[in-house]
Design a protein around this ligand. Structure first.
Ligand code: HDD
Length: 714
């Protein structure tokens, strides 16, 4: 068990993961470092055992260093070259292994095995990331999130390199360098880090009408996710599926988290940035290593080739979604992440996702972003990973049993294979690595009509920028709309250029007049008259478009629970609650006044993982204040303990206050500790209040945990 997490999990055993073909291949590249015995000597990179790795060779005991010392040179020189360029975007990320299991075949629209074979578990590697921050940036900064997934299929590697937002800022990838330059730190000042809250970024957005829709997402709560286990993923670009007859069908890919989508409060995100800059990485690893595996459903939206033009927007324009009410999502399979990486550099850093990586049965559409991306991802790896042979790095190799090395591509920096066979085709040797027909499983690009004048242009429908921005705004809940105003006020409040602010208010006016007025009021800007009377489609009723709405599912599952148990707590109750939460698939941390033992009211002992000082309420999804004796209650009078309760309540956490803690809490937060006669507990404003709870029946605690989560749903 690694010690990099907050604590060792109580009651949950590390769940060893089944092997799969990709993990087997990675195992052959893994070098275990023996801890003792003959093999534990340090060897130089040329294989010799070093006689000393702590003191170098000198001319005389106190004399100058000798350059002839091979051990020092080997060690220091390797160290000098340890760093490689970080990704130009998405530098900060975390990754995990897993597998995909299809449950609904798409055989009518594709012959890709991964989308038609219901039996095979396909190995996967997924990397979550933030976009602008450098490799060490705080993870709770407000950022768009990357969701890059690789399927190691028997027909080759297939990558969906997506984000947690279904659209993008720009329509043509040729603008990407400008977008990113505007978002990254200013070249003179070198700041700010991992933020869009500055003049350059909003300057670019305010001058790029097409960005308006994505800006409405970037300002929404999805940019401060609670966990990578709780984000959606979108392929963003339109791809094409191809069936055995060569028929083409447009497709958008979706990932939906089983745990629901869940965001932090802004105040939490700000605090966590300091309290635990690795919050999301730690969360992902902690839960996977605890055997509580995150899962996502893969969904597709399919549009027949002949229906391409029936929409008010262009299917090739990645600043637009296909609304679900027009094309429902078909859910076809489940991805489970069940193993963390062995080495961050070898796997997380060296994985080279490329949008161009497709398998037979999948093809590209003419989305202009996709085409530039197909160029860029491959291109960037050549400098980032030191040459053209990056596909030979273990994490990037296709599964060797199914996809053996067989081509005439040769040489280049750091080739890791010894090719034994002809290096040209066709050849006279009879072992030609030749092309495969469709029947033999070859990549198939069926013909379709392209044409027109050569020009630097976009499709006509690309030039409508606002309808879907309004659609997105309309589908937000009232709380989300209010947050949008706060966020826009924060982001533009960090801009000093009045022109930038004024232009953004104009953009906002195209999204929604009231929204623009509410933000503009915080800047003393008069937004004037509405721009359009009937702008954008409205959604009827309660968020009918699930892709857009937040769908906050608070479940007592996959959560981190703080159980407050300083000396004098009710031990029986603590154990029952802990069991109930663990059985539902949560991790429970014990909070006391000292790290180490904490003692129940009858002297029973539990180990704490945190004290009120070593953590804050922000780290947890839910807090339980137990019943306890006078000593326990005395501890709760500490300012810090009260702060935990008040802060958690302010952040809309699911809380439970039991026995004597109910009265204590009723003086801190707006709840009453009186409940109806005959009731075990009441749920008030997301807080389970149980002043008379003596029953240690586990099922009651299970109900209690659910009660708090049900009540916290808004
Ligand atoms: Fe990109 C990385 C997602 C447009 C150029 N991008 C990168 C990653 C994700 C995305 C998730 C991280 C991959 C990883 O974890 O290693 N990018 C997107 C999405 C886009 C998008 C959803 C819009 C549809 N990107 C985009 C354009 C370009 C790039 C238009 C260039 C023209 N992106 C890159 C890159 C990166 C990258 C420079 C940096 C590191 C890498 O590729 O491997 O090539």
């Amino acid at each position: 068990m690694s010690s990099f997490f907050f604590f060792n999990y109580q009651g949950i055993n590390y769940n060893p993961v089944q092997q799969n073909s990709k993990l087997e291949q990675l195992a052959t590249a893994t070098r275990d470092i023996p801890t003792e015995g003959e093999g534990s000597f340090h060897r130089t990179t040329f294989g010799a055992k070093a006689d000393n790795v702590e003191v170098g060779m000198k001319a005389g005991r106190r004399g100058p260093y000798l350059l002839s010392d091979p051990i020092m040179r080997d060690k220091v020189s390797h160290f000098d070259h340890e760093r490689i360029p970080e990704r130009v975007v998405h530098a900060r990320g975390d990754a995990a292994h897993g597998f995909f299991k299809l449950h609904t075949s798409l055989e009518d629209v594709t012959h890709a095995k991964v989308l038609t074979d219901l039996e095979t578990e396909v190995p996967m590697f997924v990397r979550f990331s933030s976009v602008l921050g450098s490799a060490g940036a705080a993870e709770t900064a407000r950022e768009v999130r990357g969701f890059a997934s690789r399927f190691y299929t028997e027909e080759g590697n297939w990558d969906i390199v997506g984000n947690n937002i279904p659209v993008f800022f720009i329509q043509d990838g040729i603008k990407f360098p400008d977008l990113i330059h505007a978002g990254k730190p200013d070249p003179k000042a070198g700041l700010p880090q991992a933020q869009t809250a500055h003049d350059n970024f909003w300057d670019f957005i305010s001058l790029s009408e097409e960005s308006t829709h994505m800006a409405s997402w970037a300002l929404s709560d999805v940019t401060i996710p609670r966990s990578y286990r709780m984000i959606q993923g979108f392929g963003v670009n339109t791809f094409v599926l191809v069936n055995g007859e060569g028929k083409r069908t447009f497709v958008k890919f979706h990932w939906k988290p089983h745990l629901g989508k869940h965001s932090l409060c802004w105040d939490e995100a700000l605090k966590l940035g300091g309290q635990d800059p690795d919050y999301l990485r730690r969360d992902l690893q902690m839960f996977i290593d605890a055997g509580i595996f995150p899962k996502w459903e893969l969904g597709v939206q399919l549009v027949a080739e002949e229906d391409e033009d029936k929409f008010s927007f262009d299917l090739l324009d990645c600043t637009k979604i296909i609304p679900e009410e027009e094309v429902p999502i078909k859910w076809v399979g489940t991805m489970t992440l069940n193993r963390t990486v062995t080495d961050q550099f070898a796997e997380n850093e060296q994985v080279a996702f490329c949008t161009q990586n497709i398998v037979p049965g999948i093809d590209y559409s003419d989305d202009p972003m996709l085409h530039t991306r197909n160029f860029s991802y491959f291109d960037t790896q050549i400098s980032r990973l030191g040459g053209i042979n990056f596909s030979q790095i273990p994490i990037n190799q296709p599964i060797p049993q199914a996809c053996p090395f067989l081509n005439t591509l040769r040489d280049g920096y750091s080739s890791k294979v010894i090719p034994n066979g002809p290096n040209y085709y066709p050849n006279r040797f009879g072992n030609n690595p030749g092309p495969a027909s469709v029947a033999q499983g070859g990549l198939h690009h069926p013909p379709y009509k392209v044409g027109g004048l050569r020009q630097r242009e976009l499709g006509e429908k690309f030039y409508e920028y606002y309808d879907q921005a309004t659609l997105h705004y309309n589908s937000l809940s009232d709380a989300e709309k209010a947050n949008l105003v706060y966020t826009a006020t924060f982001e533009l409040g960090r801009c000093d250029d009045r022109g930038v602010q004024e232009r953004m208010m104009d953009r906002f006016k195209h999204i929604d007049y009231d929204f623009a007025k509410n933000v503009a009021a915080n800047f003393g800007i008069d937004v004037g008259e509405p721009v359009r009377q009937n702008h954008g489609r409205k959604t009827d009723g309660e968020n009918p478009i699930s892709m857009l709405s937040k769908h906050n599912i608070f479940k007592a599952e996959g959560r981190l629970i703080a159980m407050v148990a300083p000396d004098g707590f009710d031990y029986q109750q603590a154990i029952a609650i802990q069991k109930a939460f663990l059985a539902l698939g949560n991790i429970v941390a014990v909070i006391g006044t000292r790290k180490g033992p904490t003692y129940g009211k009858n002297g029973e002992q539990l180990d704490t993982q945190f004290t009120f000082e070593s953590a804050r309420s922000t780290l947890f999804d839910s807090l339980v204040f137990l019943d306890g004796n006078d000593q326990y209650q005395k501890t709760l009078q500490l300012g810090r303990a009260k702060h935990w309760c008040i802060e958690a309540y302010a952040h809309f956490k699911a809380l439970a206050v039991i026995g004597s803690s109910a009265e204590w809490a009723s003086k801190l937060i707006p709840i009453t500790n009186k409940i109806d006669d005959g009731k075990s507990f009441s749920v008030q404003d997301g807080v389970v209040v149980a002043p008379n709870l003596t029953n240690q029946d586990t099922s009651l605690f299970e109900k209690l945990t659910h009660g708090a989560y049900d009540a916290a749903t808004f």
